[in-house]
Design a protein around this ligand. Structure first.
Ligand code: AMP
Length: 113
């Protein structure tokens, strides 16, 4: 059994509040939400981080972004706006070493620049 937390959530070995799922990705609520809508969109296949991807993973990355667009529509925040975040590596503060895209929205977010 994989010890990766998000692999275990993706394979339903660990429960999560899943909002969306297709063949390649699962989107579930962040356990410690930083916004009214805070979902994690996770590839079912394990990738450590952005920094471990190869050129051949370009298609998966495109699908990941497109899934975020679909999930934002589903959550009703496409028009009001949202933020997509991908942490990668130590300096980003990445805590879970499984590539994930954070979808945040539902109210005005604090500026990051
Ligand atoms: P990152 O800092 O990019 O690695 O983000 C990891 C995110 O996963 C954090 O926002 C955590 O709150 C979230 N998280 C950690 N454990 C769980 C869990 N069991 N279910 C849902 N979200 C989690």
């Amino acid at each position: 059994m994989s010890e990766c937390l998000f692999c275990q959530i993706a394979s339903k070995q660990i429960p999560a509040k899943i909002h969306f799922e297709n063949d390649d990705f699962v989107a579930f609520e962040d356990i410690n939400p930083k916004a009214i809508v805070h979902l994690l969109i996770v590839p079912k296949k394990h990738y450590d981080a952005m920094s471990s991807l190869k050129d051949k993973d370009t298609g998966m990355l495109g699908k990941l972004l497109n899934t975020a667009r679909i999930v934002a529509e589903q959550e009703g925040i496409a028009q009001s706006g949202y933020r997509l975040v991908i942490n990668s590596g130590k300096d980003s503060g990445m805590e879970v070493d499984h590539l994930h895209l954070q979808l945040l929205g539902g109210s005005q977010l604090n500026a990051i620049n």
